[in-house]
Design a protein. Sequence first.
Length: 408
Amino acid sequence: MGFDTSGLLPLSDALQGMLEQLACCCDSEQQPLPEGLGRVLASDIASPLAVPPFDNSAMDGYAVRLADLASGTPLIMAGKAFAGQPYQGEWPAGHCVRIMTGAPVPAGTDAVVMQEETQADGDRITFLAQPEPGQNIRRTGSDIGKGACVLQAGTRLTPREMPLLASLGIATVPVRRPLKVAIFSTGDELKPVGTPLAHGDIYDSNRYGVRAMLARLGCDCLDLGIIPDDPAQLRAAFIRADEEADVLITTGGVSVGEADFTKQLLDELGEIGFWKLAIKPGKPFAFGRLPRAWFFGLPGNPVSAMVTFDQLVQPALAKLAGQRFERPLQLQAIAAEPLKKSPGRLDFQRGIMSQGPNGLEVRSTGSQDSAVFSSLSQANCYIVLERERGRVAVGETVTVEPFGGLLL
Ligand code: AMP
Ligand code: MG
């Protein structure tokens, strides 16, 4: 074949190797509930209440005792129960109580009959159906028992958890402080946006991608800008990042041509491994320890930087932040067009999946060159092609991984 891939490290081995070394490094603190959004729970949340806290009606209708209905004669309405205004009067035999959704059911209620199954003639209510015992009553604690664990430590709070916590009367939440991540881009050719380009220059785009992903993950970002390929400046940037952050993420300078340069520096400061990953895009990758901070060196090619962050750095940061990380969803789809692929690496091609007449189908975004931004910006999923797989013909089944919250 002429192309030796035997020394390439499988993605799963790289991930496992990193995760084994990492542990949560973020202390916990109490935060008011609204400020907890996007933070990671530091401990389990046990419900201080039973939910619902009292037996209540699931319908607008009438609270009845089954014994009163046995004769089949209409019942007289004794009074009304509203949400927040329980019925407190007498409830003589042969009577029912008008009741609204969420109102506490009066003591002795066997069932609530929904309004649509009754006929009212003034105060005389005729029941058209015989209710089952307990019908339309939400029992105390039937949703959540007092003391039950409602959310586990490691859960990242989203808008979905906010009303749940509020429903339990929880005003402050135990959360972890955000992970602090320093970033910089390396390369003499890089210029910041908003400045003119000389011949041979390009804009530094990676930093904007990495910053955006860190924001999605709820990390605090220390942006150290662009550092030229100069040992003294690189050294100073590594030392500053190590002093001020939990993690340093850089892009560029880890490929074969440049690794020696960075490697010398990092060997002196910490313990870093330079890996060749068996994935495409994103072969070169560095991981290790500075005196205090963890270090992730992403490839300079923009698409490679994004994909390696998503696949490798994201789960690592989650572990450092104390967050439970769930493996991304993978689905099967039909290739709607041929896909180029050579055996040797696990491909994360960028695809567009859509609902076809025969189920989920997927197309390529076109050129899969790791410098082509449109391959990522137009995509809504990865097409994950197994390491030993070759070209894919139309109609073959492939695995797709819809983009998760990090990239949406
Ligand atoms: P490197 O890994 O430093 O050898 O870079 C590989 C390729 O990615 C080169 O074409 C670089 O110009 C490009 N590159 C590196 N860093 C960035 C960046 N921050 N933004 C855009 N392109 C970059
Ligand atoms: Mg470079």
